[in-house]
Design a protein. Structure first.
Length: 179
């Protein structure tokens, strides 16, 4: 009985490698194939730039945008001709976005019924609301204008709605530093 058992064990545990030549090829392949795969992967990763599809994140322009300064200083000469905008120019640049259409409850330009109660409060109240913001309107309507320019825009808007406000006086020029 032990002979039958020994025969069964030998048949069930046969190896696919039957000759020394097959053993040598298997050992060489076990070392060469992984090394070849590693070399091919390194070559693939290191050659050329492979940006993601639809991405320009590594382009020269994108890099320049990321490196540009966060802010800048702009010096304007307030006494230069044309430096101070008219009320209509400020209205067109900033106020018309809401006041032309009545967006967010803003009174439409020229609507005397909507402007009447506001005009009755006086110029100073309207100017204060424009400078500090009111309701959905941000301070200065979200713009970057001088208080004088905002005052001119308030006069323009109110006069379009039926007011008879006078154009505000230009601010006095700052005194020159004495030497």
């Amino acid at each position: 009985m032990s002979d039958a058992h020994a025969e069964e064990t030998q048949e069930g545990h046969e190896s696919p490698i039957k000759t020394p030549k097959q053993l040598i090829w298997t050992v060489v392949a076990a070392f060469v194939v992984p090394i070849a795969i590693i070399i091919l992967l390194v070559n693939f990763v290191s050659t050329g730039s492979k940006p993601a599809a639809g991405s320009d994140g590594l382009s020269a322009e994108a890099t320049a945008r990321r490196l540009q300064p966060v802010g800048s200083v702009e010096i304007r000469d307030a006494s230069a001709p044309g430096a101070v905008k008219t009320g209509e120019q400020v209205y067109q640049a900033q106020c018309s976005a809401c006041h032309a259409t009545g967006a967010a409850g803003a009174p439409k330009v020229g609507d005397a019924a909507a402007w009447g109660p506001r005009i009755a409060q006086g110029f100073e109240t309207l100017l204060n609301s424009a400078l500090k913001g009111k309701g959905a309107m941000a301070p200065q309507g979200g713009g970057d204008h001088s208080d004088f320019e905002i005052a001119r825009a308030v006069v323009y808007l109110a006069n379009q709605g039926g007011a008879k406000f006078d154009e505000p006086k230009a601010p006095a020029a700052p005194a020159s530093a004495a030497n």
